[in-house]
Design a protein around this ligand. Sequence first.
Ligand code: NAX
Ligand code: ADP
Ligand code: K
Length: 511
Amino acid sequence: MRIVTSDQMKQIEKAAALSGLSYYDMMENAGAAAVQSILRKINTNQKRILVYTGKGNNGGDGFVAARLLCNAGANVKVILVDGEPRTEDAITNINLVRTLNIEVFDLIKDIDKITVLLQNVDIIVDAIYGTGFLGELRQNAKQAAQQINTAIAAVFALDLPSGINADNGELSEDAVFADFTIAFDSLKPAHFVYPAAEHCGVIECADIGIAPQCHDYIDLSFYHITEEQVFTNIPQRPVNSNKGSFGKLLNISSSFGMTGAGRLSVLGAQRVGTGLVTLAAPRSVIAIHAAALTEAVFLPLSENDKGSISKEAIPQIADKLKEASACLIGCGISNNEDTAAVTEFIIKNAKCPLLIDADGINALCRNINVLYEAKAPVVLTPHPAEMARLLGISTAQLLVRKVELGREFAVKYRVVLVLKGANTLIFTPEGTTLVNTTGNSGLAKGGSGDILAGMIAGFMAQGIPAEQSAECGVYLHGKAADLCAARLSKTSMMPSELLEDLCILFLEHGR
Ligand SMILES: NC(=O)C1=CN([C@@H]2O[C@H](COP(=O)(O)OP(=O)(O)OC[C@H]3O[C@@H](n4cnc5c(N)ncnc54)[C@H](O)[C@@H]3O)[C@@H](O)[C@H]2O)[C@@H](O)CC1
Ligand SMILES: Nc1ncnc2c1ncn2[C@@H]1O[C@H](COP(=O)(O)OP(=O)(O)O)[C@@H](O)[C@H]1O
Ligand SMILES: [K+]
């Protein structure tokens, strides 16, 4: 599945044009592909269809669709949202529409007629804006989008629902909600990034005749994580191996009242095959863990009067850190001066890859620049509220710009950033973005994140590079959750139960 930005799409179209497929033909093919998609779902004969068109090439695709739908027996009307089209191919195509005697209305001048048409419409085609859209919908387009969003009709968006920035999913107020989106040639980041993805409905990617080689020179920066890629990152377990072959994870997690987080993160690491997991936790909670985690070993740490790790534990941790092949800190450690000091110490001193989760991330808020002092690869796994705290902004402010802000952060601090949520995004220090589409709302329960942190750290402990470990962890965590929801329901599944389904996934892939 290829995901390209609007600039990259322009380069692809240019390569296609140079290889002999004209822009006019691409527009014809795009409109035709959209109509084919509509016809596969709805018998359009005698159906009342409104095609809302903008002044650019997305509007041009809309004129092609209007003509072909009319030829297919539908009762089609075209609405010009921003006046007459401005691009050459779109102008040619509106002229063809007019020769068929399809009525063309102006959104403002013909508002009374449009209001009547909207009472009885079966299908709406949204061809106002595609990849050329930036910023906010202006008054006309907003009014059109409101009409589309309140009409009782099936809405098909061409390339993208109007009002969405293709490259990062930033949404304008009143952006169109589509039931179906027909993306042209390649998918765009906005098709994957929530909440924009919710506006797209069911997404199809249509071939518009661009030859495969026209895509060859594009340097992609946004990837979809696939199962095939995930399993190429996970080696077979050699026959002649021992626990030392599969890494040692030092997991500094849990505190009084939050032992579950420690336990779940240990299980996550164990279930991805880690050789040995040491849980370093406040002395007073070790007995609780020892009763539940029969395969782990424990490092009882000095604790403060709140039942969380104290600064005094640093020498003990330092000793153990020397032997570890990866370190995880943060699941349920609590957020106070002591845990912040321990987190800082680990970041400055760990020579093995490090995963910082939950309260480890909260600790970082006190001094984010400590990340520049890390000696080994660092992975951060915030949920949106933790990420917003790190950036000193509100969660709402983060969510409207999460692709830009996540990318900037990972590049600036040279970390792998796993921004969790529906369609988790992974940002790399090199500026690449990966999107994961496994997982479901059954994961929206306390404990899911702890398992994920353990899984990623477990892969890191086995020597899989940080970025690939994040990719494997996020994908498999979501995929296992999908299998778990299929057998136990999204509502009732418990995060820990997805570990059973993880076993099935490894089995299926001969691991
Ligand atoms: N011939 C071509 O180049 C092809 C283009 N295609 C279609 O063309 C689309 C891209 O076309 P364009 O680049 O012309 O752009 P769009 O048609 O997506 O929209 C851009 C137009 O809207 C204006 N605009 C941008 N933001 C605005 C805002 N906030 N308020 C009001 N106006 C705004 C721009 O100035 C421009 O006139 C694709 O999404 C696809 O649907 C496809 O037909 C394939 C071939
Ligand atoms: N609606 C959802 N769809 C898909 N995945 C989700 C959804 N809600 C939560 N998740 C996943 O569940 C995990 C929750 O992590 P987090 O919020 O840290 O929870 P906790 O720390 O309480 O376990 C993340 O991996 C996140 O991506
Ligand atoms: K559109």
